[in-house]
Design a protein around this ligand. Sequence first.
Ligand code: DI6
Ligand code: FE
Length: 418
Amino acid sequence: MKALITNAAMALLDDQITNAAEKGVTDRFYGLIPSGYLFIENGVISAFGPMSALQADLANNTAMNQIDDAIDAAGRLLTPALIDCHTHVVYGGHRALEFEMRLKGASYAEVAKAGGGIVSTVSATRSQSVEQLVEEALARVDALIAEGVSLIEIKSGYGLDIETELRMLRAARSIEAARPVRVITSFLGAHAMPPGEDISPEGYIEKTCIPALRQAHKEGLVDAVDGFCESIAFSAEQIVPLFNVAAELGLPVKLHAEQLTRCGGSLLAARYKALSVDHVEYANKEDVIALATQGCTAVLLPGAFYTLHETQKPPVALFRDQGVPMALATDANPGSSPMTSLLLAMNMGCTLFGMTPYEALAGVTRNAARALGVSDTGMLRPGLRADLALWDVAHPAELAYRIGFNPLHRRIFGGQIT
Ligand code: DI6
Ligand code: FE
């Protein structure tokens, strides 16, 4: 299958492009080609350039002359498809009543201590079959796809027993068969303590989490290992044995760290060369330097910051200065971020955290891929998957600028228009 997209305003998001001038790139951040073409062969981007070079390129590249599909973008913006690199979209039930509690003044930590919070989602999730979990998750996945998302990370962590953690991961995996989207799974057994069990956090990690991880890994259900390092969850020391097993299994790690307090999660994650540390509102300079040194990506989650009425912002200027790549994600979950709009996360990343519209777009494309350890998507570059989004806007800054507006015209997934 060969497809040619013409007359597109293209944002390459490729920070390593070498022949920018020759390719007609006018803005080095977005990698903007005001009017360009892109050629897709067998689901992969095989060439691109300015429209002014199309005739010459057609003459030089015989492959480009037998085209099955021609798309005239008519000036629309073409970007890499979006990537939501931090979600908990597989879960049972909802937490609208807790939303009311918090509006009356209860804090997230107070709700958790009162037996609400994560634990209430655990009961609802344990009662559901794989099929029910998939069905409820698909409504959320569809909302993401409708905004041009082609790759979604999905975490376990609402089972807190071996059987349910595995069921959540099976549900996450089966989403790929149900929709034109790719899924990366993270094992988040260390999300909270299981309710009603007389066991220490260390005992839970040893007796439940690690066996669940080993079993899930054996079944091919795990792409990465995550944990919730927080005053109301697990300490950095308690996460260590889990990360050691991840290393033994050859699985990359990532961590919810420094969301509500500074707990040492960033330093731990850096020590294990984590793909990402997520939330990081309370990360300080020492943390940021450690992340920079180890090449970890910071995943910012403004939906949770907004929902929890937080005031401590992540250290965006420090990340920028130290060269820590920033990604943005929805954190779609029933408690702290009931949000399934990555475009809204982009807007919030700018308005609430002070990111630039360019950083927001790089945060849901190139840097989101990096946060997942995925190298075949997230930019427009020959050799990468043709996962693309075509938008009814003229300039990429419009994607972060608008609120509650979805300008997606078409999504292309592995070269297929969906
Ligand atoms: N951090 C979060 O914001 C979510 N999990 C986590 O580790 C909250 C999940 C929930 O409240 O259900
Ligand atoms: Fe999360």
